[in-house]
Design a protein around this ligand. Sequence first.
Ligand code: PLP
Length: 373
Amino acid sequence: MNIHVSQPYLGLNESKNVNKALNETAISGFYGEFIPKFEKGFAEYSDCKFGVTTTSGTTALHLAIAALGLTKGDEVLVSTLTNMATFFAVLYSGAIPIPIDIKNDTLNINPNLLEDKINKKTKAIIVVHLFGHPVDMEPVVKISKKYNLFLIEDCAQAHGATYKGQKVGSFGDIGCFSFYANKIITTGEGGMITTNNEDIAVKASTLKSLAFGVNNKFMHKDIGYNYRMTNLQAAIGCGQLKKINEIIELKRNIAEYYSNKFQDLDFVQLPLEKPYVKSVFWMYHIVLKDKLMHKRNEIMKDLKQNGIETREGFIPYNMQEIFINRGWVKMEACPRANKVAFSSFYLPSGPSLSAEELEYISEKFIKIITAFN
Ligand SMILES: *Cc1c(COP(=O)(O)O)cnc(C)c1O
């Protein structure tokens, strides 16, 4: 056995589309039917009016920040436990990210901690729907309105997830998605922003393509970027969009299978689903507690020896040495996130896992965990 942590779920639709784009020589980010088709289709799927494709989730986040005009000295409240791309995107603009600690159960941002960090310089909030479980959006939206803050959702792990029946990416000013190979749907590398605000959509479309002029193309309107997704990537995206609901169901089934098998294990915190959300269970992410807390690396090693690939959980912003060494943040800033930083990991969660593989992984996992107990 050699089981990958995740593999993309590709098929004939994707290859047909890519070949069509190739045969039409529509391979750049300027021409071809698939770019507008993917933008329109994915925006509609996400309960949004507009979609703007980008080269990655990271550039989607940066484009969102640039389109909202966030700049040097502005403060942005960000969930500390995330892929560091969320923080990097803020830093690219010269704005100052302020990490916010998480809730113990969902590992998402704790909305109760937001108001304490708001001051005159605060301009925006970025929430992250971690591992596909939506953030508790109602209090976050309320606070963003009360203090007139922009709200950005990092949906890179949560395509199609819903909060009280509404899709993520449609709650704030801008939603940011990634289509990296291990995300819910993929274009290899790629990203998109979603919005219901036409001005933001226009601004983002301009900025992502070098801010070319309208009457005079090379009289630029702004300091632009080249964040254009190619028509070849969008061709894959259009194929993937057709099976996004199938992929989400497969992910949910995998999570249900694991959770049934593991429900009696001690010292293991399993992913959950709050009654008011539909999670897409991007990855089956586990937190080891108490006795097992410091055994993470050994457990991962034992799984590896049995042919089961796993991946460590994220390390929060406030534990990143590069930021602590610069004096930008103190390690103790977010104690709850620190507790999971080195004691979490995820099991194989790709949509193409077979029933035999799932059974094999579960058996080995239970055996290994029990031996450590
Ligand atoms: C993957 C990811 C990103 C970055 O997306 P890329 O496409 O890899 O640049 C940003 N935020 C989160 C939460 C992610 O999971």
